[in-house]
Design a protein around this ligand. Sequence first.
Ligand code: BGC
Length: 913
Amino acid sequence: MNIKKLMGIAVIGALFCASSSAQNLKPGDLSVADFLKNPLGMNLENMSFNWKLPPAGEAAYQSAYAIEVATSKELLERAADVWQSGKTSSARSVQVPYGGRALKSCEKLWWRVKIWSKTGQESDWSEAASFETSYNTDGAQWAAHFIKSPHDPESKKRIPPAYLRRVFNIDKPVKAARLYAASKGIFTAALNGDAASDQYWPTGWTDYKKRIQIDTYDVTKLIKNGANCLSFIIADGWFSGSMSGANKECHYGTRPEIIAILKIDFADGTTLEVPTDASWKSSFGGVSAADFYDGETYDADKEPQGWKLANFDDSAWSAATASEGATPLLEARRSNPIRTMLKLKPLAITQPQKGVYVYDLGQNMVGTLELALKAWQKNSFIKIRFAEMLNKDGTLYTENYRNAESTDHIKGAPEGGRWTPLLTYHGFRYVELSNMPEGFEPSKDDLTGLVWYSDMAATGAFSCSDERLNRLQSCILWGQRGNFLSVPTDCPQRDERLGWTGDAQVFAPTAAYNMDVAAFFTKWLLDLRDTQNAKGAFSDIAPTLGWGFGNAAWGDAGVVIPWEMYLAYGGKKTLEDNYEAVKKWIEFQKSTAKDLIRPESGYGDWLQPFPKPSKDGKKGDTPKALIGTAYFARGSEIAAQMARILDKPEDAAYFEALSKDVKAAFVKRFVDADGKIECDSQTAYLLALGFDLLPENLQSRALKHLEDAIKKADGHLRTGFVGTPLLTLVLTKFGRTDLAYEILLKETYPSWLFTLAQGATTMWERWNSYTHADGFGDVAMNSFNHYAYGAIGKWMYATIGGLSAAEPGYKTALYAAEPGGGISRAETSLETPYGLASSSWKIDGGKMFWHICVAPNAYGKIIFPVADSSKVKIDGLSLTDFAKAKNLELKTQNGRPQIKSAPSGSYKIEIEL
Ligand code: BGC
């Protein structure tokens, strides 16, 4: 992925929007299921098709489509032999269901689509796209066994990563070869010494007791005639490493294992399968330790030379242990693979102590590094430490890693003069090298930071005239990069890195702006459903490690995230997949509430600044029962909406009534006749207003109390993980965008810009994780890469930039920019399921110049940021004349004029402010 693709969406947006030709209607950008492009071995249970139309105005909107699926590209063009939908009347171009026969294991199919426009014009067929299924889609058991090292670890200790190999012979021409592999733990794979893929730890983290993801590699080019060698290194990763349990007890097992089948299709129509079984050889090698928290150690002298090649003598190696008995459920992978997405070079090198070199990569990042020294020495034992921050004396600040040692070691000289630890990961900005070989002269070429995250396409871009907010957007993006690694984690560096549900719940909407997170969350929502216990409670972390269940705002991820993904991508299937679990979660809350009031337990408004003195100040001042009851009402309301969409009217009525009752109970218990809430915290009012818990007559009063609470805090936030994501959204919803800007642009503690002024390059766990005045914050909770407060991104995109979803999946996008805060220009764009939508504006000479692009086959609802419609001109016409000329409906809502539904195209708007 190149940097232009990652960062350049906004620029590209403007170009696409401008072009429009009614002639060429040919659909493009074909993808299947969760927007997977030509997927290989991904899970296709929810098989459906997506395509985009070229930008060509309303007449070109789709009125019908035809899809064809065939077993080869040739047949696709001649006579599609798997499925022909025929001409189907429908405007739908996103998640259009497949109607052909069941997909078979290991089959590659080709597909294409054509459309008819509203005026009956027929497009050309699209280019052909493909999808290939995984190994076990028909549920067959694998003719292979999980294998592992025959050596048992001593109690509570871990064994080194196991080296595994097997030789096989090829004596005829190969047509195609696929490696299917699934692991308990993580692995690297090689065929004849070459890496089988550029992906890392593809099996990812799931509840290994329930299901394991299979990965598929196309290894056709790596097979050669004669003797071949398939090899793996398997390591603890999430399975048996220190991450998998507190106190270094393992939750899933004690030794990593792998199951794999190499399937080779020959040109003569025959097939050879090379499975993992007891015939495999096992040993240990150069990688003598590898753990996510503690790091990796490599001893070049102990690396068996040529062990990945067929001619290596493995007679001294032991037989691998093959597991007998039931295999856990193996399923085609749902999640995006982890890849090196960016590379960072050091900006500076310092030497805080003799022989200790600190390299500054300029950016807090997550991943690994490549070490490429000029001179390696046989007997050197280099120590590599990592840190997010430096102490005043320039040494590494690592106290916040807590028990994670996060240290790599390399002994001797690696083959080829380069070394990259591949079986661990770190969160860091600084790299420290020590124990260097004699005569070592540091250079910026010594190392490169390899930024790893789940490979998700960049979809959104935000920028504006205020450089501080651009830096904030960058911090939010880096928070996402650093923590979307197979599962959404709270932090990537200390002895935690878990799939904390509350953090993910508040950040998911912002995440869906920055990147295409559809597949990522489809997979993780399954992890979350896998945690649900018999009573219906979700775990606080997914995958679960067996502790922590049923807490407000955390467990609610199981309701909120499916809903947010539905809004962002429009897939009803997300709602179908999660609906039963949502119902159980609501029932769990009902059955454990007293008079519909939730108990006083949970994490509260986690890490709210300036808490009143209490036993556990980390949980803030808002009663946990209040937070729980607010979320209970909100969840029931979402459940009612889901039920309506899924055509379950009885359920919908039930949840609607429940939500009303919970709201009434909330008001009775917590709110007085003046709209005042007992604890008088900002978060209490934000929940009440944000989740529509109050009757109309109390709303303006509660808003007044919220404004007072903000005034009392001198215009600052007093909110934690629960309240902060709602703060600006609620103020905008109730017409106080001015106050939202004021809070956002505060530079004093606690605020986003305060954190930036202390040197942040990512989101921090606390607003004062570090301050120039007082140094480092409470070390017990002091992550410098914690995305929760990055949830502000949603408001920046929607209100500053002016772009959000008015209908699920952006079938109608909402354009509602509200300039303020002294900002003179903003640009926002988003690659929606229908294509590129963008909103950019600038203010010049008392006028706002607003340029909007509405995506093809989609609509735009435009709300103008002034009350007087005579101040608005579009494409040179007054608003009324423009609406008349284009036959568009005008409305006024909350005193603001709006166009209800503008078709695809570009609009140049001029507003007198
Ligand atoms: C994590 C948080 C998480 C919290 C629950 C912490 O250790 O880092 O982000 O949500 O626990 O209170």
